[in-house]
Every structure is written in structure tokens, then in C-alpha cells.
Design a protein around this ligand. Structure first.
Ligand SMILES: [Zn+2]
Length: 333
């Protein structure tokens, strides 16, 4: 069969399209969930059953929460971006709030799961003021998201590379972000308690065992603190189902500990979740000493307040220009 001029033109166009598609091939693409998924559980503060609907979202969207219990009040009322500069209360957990004051608390264990599974974009509807606590770790979030799977998006993942040390201190508490390859976290706690005591850990976020070793570690409290909290009407959803409770030299949970040093492992989990509020993965090293949610947020704010302390890079490529910043929800200056 002889090729007509028309066929030749069509063939050229097809080749041009293929070249264009290949040139847009992204080295390390952003991701989102492959399909919507629902999770339900008790809220730690309110003790109420909370339903959470996780939806896929497009490239550059980031992680955004919507309070569906506020009706059709409009996005400026119901929607809260998962960003460090929206962090409000950090007393018992990390709460984020929007410009009109709508807040959602206990985001850190879910943020840790999204971060560890490399979910860049998701729209998350929640029918209450907090994320369900589940078993007190990120385990059920990880399992649910892993079961539904991810899809890649046609846009490069960007990361925040730490260029110089940023340290915040408050008495004996310390949190630091330091330059380094990959993303590593070191943590140290020191409790005047026989079960917890002095614990030190160093963890590599990119290690395949990170999720099992770190993100299964549960939140914890001392019995006297837990009792004081409950009698003050706080932490109404807290129980031995979702909190390790320590009384002197005893762990009150029948099943015991998942790891001998589950306490310091959970502090690393919290740090991963709090630091995920950077809006992009970090490249560098985190060090925490007796640090909690407040210190984790303070060190992120200190990092982004110093424009010479970080740069935005496309993973697997060169640093990107500053106009890319807005899409990644990290501050322009
Ligand atoms: Zn926690």
C-alpha cells in the first residue's frame, strides 16, 4: 500500500506527540491516592466516633482537610491546609487552623502515614474537630492507604533541602534541622521512670523497615497525667486501646509494649508527622531532645523564616526557581 501525503502527515504528528509525552516524563513524580477511602474511629479529645473520607487530589494541591460537620459554610470556613504556618494548639497533639479559626486536631499520626507512603496530594473530609486516634500509632492509616494504593501524577515531586543548621531550644528541650543526605531522624528522651527512662534512637526515613519499626509505635502517657486529663474533661477518647499507660514500673496495657523503646519510637513518629507540615519532603537531618509538637513546629518556622537555610529541589534534578514555591505550599519568602 502506498503512503499518501495524508498518512505521512498523520505519522509525523503521532511521532511529535510521542516525543512530547516522553519529554514530559518526570523523574520522581508526585502521587495521590488511587481511589477514595473511608476510615472511622474515636476522636482522642471528644471521645466521639469520627468519619474521615480521603480523596485523590491533583498535582500541587498538597494535603487539605475539610470539616464536613460545618455544613456548606464555604471553603474559607471549612477547609484547612496541612501546613506548618497553620499550626495552632500543640498542647496534647498538633492542631491546624485556617484564617477564620476553624481547626482540626491530632493530625500528626495521619500526616506521618501520608509522608511515609509518599502521598503528596489528598483532600480529606472529616466530620468532626479531630482525626480519629485509631490504635494510637499510624498503623491503621498505613494499612488502609497501602491497600487502596497510589497513582502517580504528571508533575515532579519537590523537596525542601536543608542548607544550614537551624536549632530551637527551650530549657532542656531541643529540636534541630541540619543539612544531610536523605532524611534521618535522631531522638532522645529522658524520663524519671523505670519503664521509659533514657531512650535514644536514630532512624532512616528511607529505610524499607521504617514504617514497621517507627510508625507502629503508640502514643503514651503516665497514669497520673492521664487521670488528671480525664478528670479535666480532656482526652475523653483516650483508653488502653489507643494509649500506652505507664504507672511507676508497670505498663497497664495487657498486651505490653510493641518495642522495648516504643516511647522514643513514637516521638520519631510524631516528628515525622509534624515535619510533614513543611508541605514537601525534607532532605536533611532532624534531631530532637525531649521535643514535642510545639518544638517541632518552632523549628520548621525557624527554618522557613531564614531564606538562606533551605532550597526547593526537584527530586532527581536541579534546584527549581522560586516561582515553584507557591504550588508546593511552602512560603515564597
Ligand atoms: Zn503522637
Amino acid at each position: 500500500m502506498r503512503k499518501t501525503e495524508f498518512d505521512t502527515v498523520m505519522l509525523e504528528e503521532a511521532r511529535a506527540h510521542r516525543r512530547e509525552r516522553q519529554s514530559r516524563h518526570v523523574v520522581c513524580p508526585q502521587t495521590t491516592l488511587s481511589a477514595p477511602v473511608v476510615l472511622e474511629g474515636v476522636g482522642l479529645h471528644t471521645g466521639r466516633m469520627i468519619r474521615m473520607d480521603l480523596h485523590p487530589a491533583g498535582a500541587g494541591f498538597g494535603i487539605v482537610f475539610r470539616r464536613t460537620d460545618l455544613g456548606n459554610a464555604g471553603a474559607e470556613v471549612t477547609d484547612i491546609p496541612a501546613r506548618y504556618d497553620h499550626v495552632g494548639d500543640t498542647t496534647l497533639s498538633t492542631a491546624i487552623r485556617n484564617d477564620v479559626g476553624t481547626s482540626i486536631s491530632t493530625v500528626e499520626h495521619l500526616m506521618a502515614a501520608l509522608s511515609a507512603l509518599r502521598v503528596d496530594n489528598a483532600f480529606i473530609e472529616v466530620n468532626g474537630p479531630e482525626i480519629p486516634v485509631m490504635d494510637g500509632s499510624s498503623k491503621e492509616f498505613i494499612e488502609t492507604i497501602e491497600a487502596i494504593g497510589l497513582k502517580t501524577l504528571n508533575a515532579p515531586r519537590r523537596a525542601v533541602r536543608i542548607l544550614k543548621p537551624v536549632v530551637v531550644e527551650d530549657g532542656l528541650k531541643r529540636a534541630a534541622l541540619l543539612p544531610g543526605e536523605g532524611f534521618r531522624l535522631a531522638f532522645e528522651i529522658d524520663f524519671d521512670n523505670q519503664v521509659i527512662g533514657h531512650q535514644v534512637i536514630e532512624a532512616d526515613f528511607n529505610d524499607p523497615s521504617f514504617n514497621d519499626d517507627i510508625l507502629n509505635a503508640r502514643t503514651f502517657g503516665m497514669l497520673k497525667d492521664v487521670e488528671a486529663m480525664w478528670s479535666a474533661g480532656l482526652g475523653l477518647g483516650g483508653s488502653l486501646e489507643n494509649t500506652i499507660v505507664v504507672d511507676g514500673d508497670r505498663v497497664l496495657n495487657d498486651e505490653g509494649l510493641r518495642f522495648d523503646d516504643e516511647f522514643v519510637r513514637h516521638k520519631v513518629l510524631d516528628a515525622v508527622g509534624d515535619l510533614a507540615l513543611a508541605g514537601a519532603p525534607l532532605i536533611g537531618r532532624y534531631e530532637g531532645v525531649r521535643a514535642g509538637h510545639a518544638m517541632n513546629n518552632r523549628v520548621l518556622r525557624a527554618l522557613f523564616a531564614d531564606r538562606s537555610a533551605w532550597e526547593l529541589v526537584e527530586l532527581g534534578a536541579a534546584p527549581v526557581a522560586a516561582e515553584g514555591l507557591r504550588a508546593m505550599a511552602v512560603p515564597a519568602e
